[in-house]
Ligand binder design. Structure first.
Ligand SMILES: Cc1cc2nc3c(=O)[nH]c(=O)nc-3n(C[C@H](O)[C@H](O)[C@H](O)COP(=O)(O)O)c2cc1C
Length: 208
């Protein structure tokens, strides 16, 4: 039995290419074992807490090794719940459209909420930061209107490198990716890109 947490970052519902390909992963994951379960968080529907005021003050208290005030501790509880929900999974799937060369701001909001000292990362004065979400596989499915696998455009891709860096920061080492591009091309080209990505996603989902 394996618990998959699916973080969906497109607001486009059934029109979303990244969600479409993620569904191939999920179908294969469910087919691999009747006991496998999927929890989905669409970051656009998640009603994420603002990360300001006492919540932000609590983060700095932890970073400075101080105890949070009662107000800070109360505000921090919602962050703890979301981080606990995140950490409860055995494996992870992200579907991520490229927005202005990076990730959609609601996914950044989710990352800002769950990436927290004492919850998903720690700090050792001698060795520095270390991740607390370890030993678990993650797959990220990236969709982009253009093409970034060439020397001219590679440096403009802040989507995949950013997500992989932020996952690595909280402890992930087994990071798989599926790229769908260019989704704004002619229908035949898009069809081939999506079918190829679905095959890759299904293979990964069947072998988590
Ligand atoms: C707000 C916004 C910004 C976008 N920015 C980019 C971009 O910088 N580069 C790119 O190649 N495509 C860009 N696109 C196109 C999407 O990445 C592309 O349509 C993708 O397939 C959307 O995935 P989805 O269907 O899963 O939502 C953008 C789309 C939107 C809505």
């Amino acid at each position: 039995m394996s618990k998959l947490l699916y973080i969906q970052a497109s607001p486009r519902g059934e029109r979303s290419s990244s969600s479409d390909v993620a569904n191939s992963y999920i179908e294969a994951f469910k087919a691999a074992s009747n006991d496998n379960t999927v929890t989905t968080i669409n970051v656009w529907d998640a009603n994420l807490p603002e990360f300001d005021g006492e919540r932000l003050n609590a983060k700095y208290s932890f970073l400075h090794g101080q105890n949070p005030s009662d107000e800070e501790a109360a505000a921090w509880q919602e962050i703890v719940s979301l981080a606990d929900q995140f950490k409860a999974a055995d494996c992870y799937l992200y579907s991520v459209p490229m927005w202005n060369f990076s990730i959609p701001y609601k996914l950044k909001h989710y990352i800002d909420v769950i990436t927290q000292p004492g919850l998903t990362f720690g700090f050792d004065p001698e060795t520095g930061f270390f991740g607390l979400v370890t030993g678990k596989p993650v797959t990220a499915i990236y969709s982009r209107g253009g093409e970034y696998n060439n020397p001219e455009a590679k440096g403009m891709d802040f989507q995949k490198p950013y997500l992989e860096m932020s996952l690595g920061f909280i402890g992930f080492r087994d990071i798989n990716s599926v790229i769908i591009e260019p989704t704004l091309a002619d229908p035949d080209t898009v069809g081939v890109a999506i079918n190829t990505a679905k095959e890759q996603a299904a293979k990964l989902g069947a072998n988590v």
